[in-house]
Design a protein around this ligand. Structure first.
Ligand code: FAD
Length: 397
C-alpha cells in the first residue's frame, strides 16, 4: 500500500499551500472555515467572489483536463489539493456542483456545443449549478421520476412540467441539470432525458425548505412550462438514465477524499474543548474521542489504499471506494453526537436570539442528513453487497 506521496507531489502541495496562504486573507479572512454543508447560507456573495479569485489563480476544476480549462491534476494531486484547501480553512465551495457533477458529465456525454457553452462558466467560477434529481416520490428510487419534458415542434424547444425537491442551492444557481421523462408512456429508467435548464425564467419557482438548523440550503423547485433549448438535452431523448448514472459515478469520486482534513479540523475543535472543560478526563468520553481519532486514521489509510489500487491512470477508483460514503457518513453523525456530549449542558444553550446555533450545534443537526443525501446508508449497503461483493441483486418490481 502506498503510504506517501512522491517528491513532485509534495512540491505541488507546497505550491497549493503557498497560494492559499497568500490569497485566503484580507477581504477573504472572514470566510475561512465558513460555508459548506450546514453553513451554506453564510457569506454566499463573498464565497462566490472567492470562487472567482480561485479561478484567476487556476485553482478551480483542478482535476479537469487542460483542454477544458482545468489543471489536469492526477488523483494524488487532487487529494493533496483538497487536503491543503481544508487545512487552510478554505470556505465551502459554491461551485462544487458545477465542478464536481455538471462539468464532468457534460465532458463525458455532452456535445461540443454544450462543452463550449457551459464549461467556461464553471471554470471561471461565475456560473453556479444545482442538481434536479430528487422528487417527492423519487429519491432512492430515482427511476420513478415523474417530471415531464415535451418537445414543442413549433417553438423548437423543450417544455418542462413537474416538481423537484431537496434541490441544494437552487436559490443561488444559474443552471440546473434536470432529469425528466421525455416519453410520457415510459416507466422506470426508460424514456428519460437529461436537461440543462436555466434557473432564472418565468416557468421556474424556487421555494426554500426550512431545515432544523433554522436555515434553508435546499428547496422545492416547481416547473410550470419551463423551457429549455432544443440542443440543451445531454445525449438523446430517452438516454437520460445513462447520463444520470454516469454523473453519480462522479459524485462518489475523489473530491470526497480531501474532506478528511475538514473532519480533522472539526475533530481538533472538539478535542480542544474536551481538554479545556475536563470532558477528556471522563473515561467514557475519552474512549469515544479515541475511537473517533482512530477511525479518522482508518479513513485516511483507506484513501491511500484506494490511491494505491488505481489502475492505468484513467482516473477511476477501485471497489474500496464503495465503502467510503457509508463509513464517513456514519462516522460524521457520531462525531456530531460526540461534540454535543463533550460540550455537556452548554450544548443546549443557543449562542444568540432568536435561533443562532454555534458551529458545532449546526454541525450536529446537519450531519443527520449525511447518511441520507448522495445515497442513504441502506442504499450504500446494497451497492457494497451487489457491486462490491457480487451478492445477488435485491428483488426489484
Ligand atoms: C441535505 C440534503 C441535500 C440534498 N440535495 C439534493 C440535491 O441537491 N439534489 C437532489 O436531486 N437531491 C438532493 N437530496 C435528496 C437526496 O438525494 C435524497 O434524500 C436521497 O436520495 C434519499 O431519498 P428520499 O429522501 O426520497 O428517501 P427514500 O428513498 O424515500 O428512502 C426512505 C428510507 O427507505 C430506505 N430505502 C429506500 N429504498 C431502499 C432499498 N431498496 N433498500 C433498503 N432501504 C431502502 C432509505 O434508505 C431510507 O431510509 C438532498 C438530500 C439531503 C438530505
Amino acid at each position: 500500500m502506498k503510504l506517501s506521496f512522491s517528491a513532485a507531489d509534495e512540491q505541488f502541495r507546497e505550491e497549493v499551500a503557498s497560494w492559499l496562504q497568500q490569497n485566503l486573507q484580507g477581504e477573504f479572512e472572514a470566510i475561512r472555515y465558513r460555508g459548506g454543508p450546514g453553513d451554506e447560507h453564510m457569506y454566499h456573495h463573498e464565497r462566490h467572489a472567492w470562487e472567482q479569485r480561485m479561478a484567476q489563480g487556476g485553482w478551480t476544476c483542478v482535476g479537469w483536463p487542460k483542454q477544458y480549462g482545468g489543471r489536469g491534476c492526477s488523483i494524488e494531486q487532487q487529494v493533496i489539493f483538497f487536503e491543503e484547501y481544508a487545512r487552510a480553512g478554505g470556505p465551502g465551495r459554491v461551485g462544487h456542483i458545477g465542478e464536481g457533477l455538471a462539468g464532468p458529465t457534460i465532458m463525458a456525454f455532452g456535445s461540443d456545443a454544450q462543452k463550449q457553452k457551459y464549461l467556461p462558466g464553471i471554470v471561471s467560477g461565475k456560473e453556479l449549478w444545482c442538481q434536479g434529481y430528487s422528487e417527492p416520490g423519487a429519491g432512492s428510487d430515482l427511476a420513478n421520476v415523474k417530471t415531464k419534458a415535451r418537445f414543442d415542434e413549433s417553438k423548437q424547444q423543450w417544455v418542462i412540467n413537474g416538481q423537484k425537491v431537496w434541490t441544494s442551492l437552487a436559490q443561488e444557481a444559474d443552471y440546473c441539470f434536470v432529469l425528466a421523462r421525455t416519453d410520457p408512456e415510459s416507466k422506470a429508467h426508460k424514456g428519460l432525458g437529461f436537461f440543462l435548464v436555466k434557473m432564472v425564467q418565468p416557468g421556474i419557482e424556487v421555494r426554500p425548505i426550512q431545515q432544523m438548523t433554522g436555515t434553508s440550503e435546499f428547496n422545492e423547485v416547481f416547473f410550470d412550462d419551463a423551457v429549455c433549448a432544443a440542443d440543451d438535452i445531454v445525449g438523446a431523448p430517452g438516454d437520460g438514465w445513462k447520463v444520470a448514472m454516469g454523473l453519480l459515478g462522479f459524485e462518489r469520486g475523489v473530491s470526497t477524499l480531501g474532506q478528511q482534513m475538514q473532519f480533522q479540523n472539526e475533530f481538533n475543535e472538539i478535542l480542544k474543548i474536551a481538554k479545556g472543560n475536563g470532558a477528556a478526563q471522563d473515561p467514557a468520553l475519552r474512549q469515544r474521542i479515541a475511537k473517533a481519532h482512530t477511525e479518522l486514521k482508518i479513513m485516511r489509510y483507506n484513501a491511500m489504499r484506494m490511491l494505491s489500487g488505481q489502475s492505468g491512470g484513467d482516473g477511476s477508483l477501485q471497489k474500496e471506494a464503495l465503502i467510503y460514503k457509508l463509513f464517513w457518513a456514519s462516522w460524521h453523525r457520531e462525531l456530531g453526537e460526540l461534540a454535543m456530549d463533550v460540550l455537556g449542558p452548554q450544548s443546549q444553550i443557543l449562542e444568540a436570539a432568536p435561533y443562532q446555533l454555534s458551529r458545532l450545534q449546526a454541525m450536529y443537526l446537519f450531519v443527520r442528513s449525511d447518511t441520507i443525501y448522495g445515497g442513504t446508508n441502506q442504499i450504500q449497503r446494497n451497492i457494497i453487497a451487489e457491486r462490491g461483493l457480487g451478492m445477488p441483486k435485491e428483488p426489484r418490481p
